[in-house]
Design a protein around this ligand. Structure first.
Ligand SMILES: Cc1cc2nc3c(=O)[nH]c(=O)nc-3n(C[C@H](O)[C@H](O)[C@H](O)COP(=O)(O)OP(=O)(O)OC[C@H]3O[C@@H](n4cnc5c(N)ncnc54)[C@H](O)[C@@H]3O)c2cc1C
Length: 464
């Protein structure tokens, strides 16, 4: 074919569902958002392209669930439904909360704060299969209808109102109508398909943080590695890998962070080491990146096996079924969360969630160093979830309206889960009030969130 564009013929497609609230994407933000919405009585449909919930936590094997607690471990920043889910995961043997009675017997070492390894105090390692199972059960118990293996591909709107999303699956192309929509796709797909303005990447050149295919190894002598419950960069491994990469004998790498995260079993580690660059909203780029990262995973495993005694007998258990994506679109919303807001722990009249993770900007190009800066706990206002131009759309999770730097902190799972609860509650309130998402009284939203245990202005002191 010698044409760059073709005209897709118009056709009628069935409206498979008409509900109160559609949640696009069932990652940490979307799954919690769907539960929150359904628990308030709104007819809620979750549309997820994988066959399970959890997003990067389960499809990317990315862990631990970060920013559940403040960096010093003194305050819990996550409450409400996310905390309930973590406790249920723990009860099912699928999360490691580090309570003294459950602490496995691992030797303590000094955390290496140069690489921010002490931030693990805020993180919860978990088992991805138990995560999927618990999340699925909570979704079903709340009465959420679920369409797995279904992608949101387009939207239909009238003026400032979204009418329906167009989905694609084995059932073909269908439409799903709703009163309010939540975009929790991680990439703001629905917002972008609906014409919402967005930014991507670093100011100036729009370069994006790298993608990483996370993998898990078993057969590792974890006892000899020290306290792998922490996000650990093992200095001898880093130095040797750098030496080999410099000579072109190993691929470019990050970290390597070798620790518990998406596992907390003795003999197993999660490895976050591969680094490839590209725009994950471009299917060609993500395909090439994922394929290259798979090669790198085997090179790194071979390297660990050959060079370090603790890894001599290791085998690859699995890798993410989706490469880890740190950064794509950020919507232009009614408020843009700035780095200075985070640093000053700025108060907002419409705060709905608390963040506290470091600003963690992985090298946006191989030649650029990683930026890691600590932050105090900070507040996230509701307006960051409201795109301009559409009245019945909320955006939850990592693509909310924020600067490149703020995004690099709030993108972690604990914070995204809390943003999700706020989005789901707001969507259900909008349905109840027959109003636009932006017309909700923030005080009413905050009242309802507090009632449901969400922490929206200060953390809870905890003694670990
Ligand atoms: C390598 C790496 C390491 C990280 N380390 C940590 C860490 O240690 N701790 C931590 O807390 N966070 C970490 N993060 C960040 C964190 O995992 C993500 O930013 C977080 O999961 C974002 O949550 P989300 O719900 O916004 O999006 P996602 O987790 O990306 O979920 C989005 C969901 O939407 C679905 N979806 C996407 N597009 C569509 C569509 N068009 N139609 C239907 N469904 C769709 C996806 O399948 C997915 O399930 C890391 C990220 C990476 C990449």
């Amino acid at each position: 074919m010698d044409r760059d564009l073709i005209l897709e013929p118009a056709r009628e497609i069935p409206v498979s569902h008409a509900v109160d609230v559609v949640v696009a994407g069932g990652g940490p933000a979307g799954l919690i958002g769907a539960i929150a919405s359904a628990r308030r009585g709104a007819g809620t449909l979750l549309i997820e392209k994988n066959g399970f919930p959890g997003g990067m936590a389960t499809s990317g094997l990315v862990g631990p669930i970060a920013s559940v607690r403040s960096r010093d471990g003194k305050f819990r920043l996550v409450g409400g439904i996310p905390w309930e889910m973590i406790l249920r995961m723990e009860a099912a043997g699928g999360a490691y909360l580090r309570t003294p009675c459950k602490m496995p017997d691992v030797p303590a070492i000094e955390p290496d704060i140069r690489y921010g390894s002490d931030f693990n105090k805020g993180g919860i390692p978990f088992d991805p299969e138990i995560y999927k199972w618990v999340a699925d059960r909570m979704l079903r118990e709340a009465g959420v209808d679920i369409l797995y293996h279904t992608s949101v591909a387009a939207s239909v709107s009238t003026g400032r109102n979204l009418e329906a999303v167009v989905v694609e699956s084995k059932s073909g192309r269908q439409a799903v109508a709703a009163k309010v929509f939540i975009d929790a796709t991680g990439d703001a797909d629905l917002a972008a398909f609906s014409g919402v303005e967005y930014e991507s990447g670093r100011p100036g050149d729009n370069s994006l943080q790298p993608m990483s295919l996370v993998f898990r190894l078993s057969g590792v002598d974890t006892t000899s590695l020290g306290d792998i419950s922490k996000i650990t960069i093992l200095e001898d491994i880093r130095e040797r890998a750098a030496e080999l990469a410099e000579k072109g004998l190993l691929p470019v790498f990050g970290g390597p962070w070798i620790s518990w995260g998406s596992t907390f079993r003795h003999g197993e580690v999660m490895v976050n080491m591969t680094r490839v660059w590209g725009d994950a909203t471009d299917s060609q780029a993500i395909s090439l990146g994922e394929s290259a990262a798979r090669d790198h995973m085997f090179s790194f495993t071979q390297f660990l096996r050959e060079e370090f005694a603790a890894f001599r007998n290791c085998v690859i258990m699995d890798s993410g079924c989706h490469i880890g994506v740190r950064e794509t679109r950020r919507i232009i919303g009614r408020y843009r969360l700035e780095e200075k807001d985070l640093r000053a722990s700025r108060q907002f009249h419409d705060s709905v969630a608390i963040g506290g993770h470091i600003i963690d900007i992985h090298s946006t190009m191989p030649s650029i160093d990683q930026i890691r800066q600590s932050l105090p706990a900070y507040l996230i206002p509701y307006r960051c979830m409201l795109p301009r131009g559409i009245d019945n759309l909320l955006v939850a999770g990592r693509p909310i309206s924020a600067s490149h730097e703020s995004h690099a902190s709030l993108r972690v799972q604990g914070t995204c889960m809390c943003i999700g609860q706020a989005a789901g509650t707001a969507a259900a309130l909008a349905v109840e009030n027959r109003s636009g998402a932006a017309d909700i009284d923030p005080a009413e939203l905050q009242r309802e969130l507090r009632k449901d245990g969400a922490l929206i202005d200060k953390g809870v002191e905890e003694n670990l």
